[in-house]
Design a protein around this ligand. Structure first.
Ligand SMILES: [Fe+2]
Ligand SMILES: [Fe+2]
Length: 143
């Protein structure tokens, strides 16, 4: 594997890791603040998203370690919008999941390039999780 393709991949993985770290903070915040009748199920749902993001971050971090890269520890700078309104939360979540799906979509061809099938499989699972979330949120935002 060439040093540049490895470096590009580590950079792309760090971008994904930053989004996962932001997702952890955002979903934990929304789980605590969601109000109204929808709190009953959404608080739990957001909490599950926290756990999923922790697992995704762990997968990505392991990939970076495997590639001898240095994993970042700071979340993506995109503002986490404070609200207690569930519709606003879902719309912020929708944007976040679309961004995540896009980021993993960019990573997969780079992993293919270096020919690591184990890494490809692990990251493809994460990519599918994000795709599923995008579709789920699209349905949740529908009237
Ligand atoms: Fe994720
Ligand atoms: Fe996600």
């Amino acid at each position: 594997m060439s040093p540049t393709s490895k470096e590009n991949l580590v950079n792309a993985l760090n971008k994904a890791l930053a989004w996962e770290l932001r997702a952890i903070a955002m979903y934990a915040h929304y789980s605590a603040y969601v109000s109204g009748i929808h709190r009953l199920h959404l608080s739990n749902h957001f909490n599950n998203e926290v756990n999923e993001s922790v697992m995704h971050a762990s997968t990505v971090r392991s990939a970076i370690v495997k590639l001898d890269g240095i994993a970042i520890t700071k979340r993506d700078k995109t503002e986490i919008v404070h609200t207690s309104n569930f519709k606003e939360m879902l719309s912020e979540a929708f944007d976040t999941e679309k961004k995540a799906a896009e980021t993993y979509g960019e990573i997969l061809p780079l992993v293919e390039e270096i020919g690591d099938t184990e890494l490809f499989d692990a990251l493809e699972v994460v990519y599918f999780d994000e795709q599923r979330s995008v579709e789920e949120l699209r349905m949740m935002l529908k009237d």
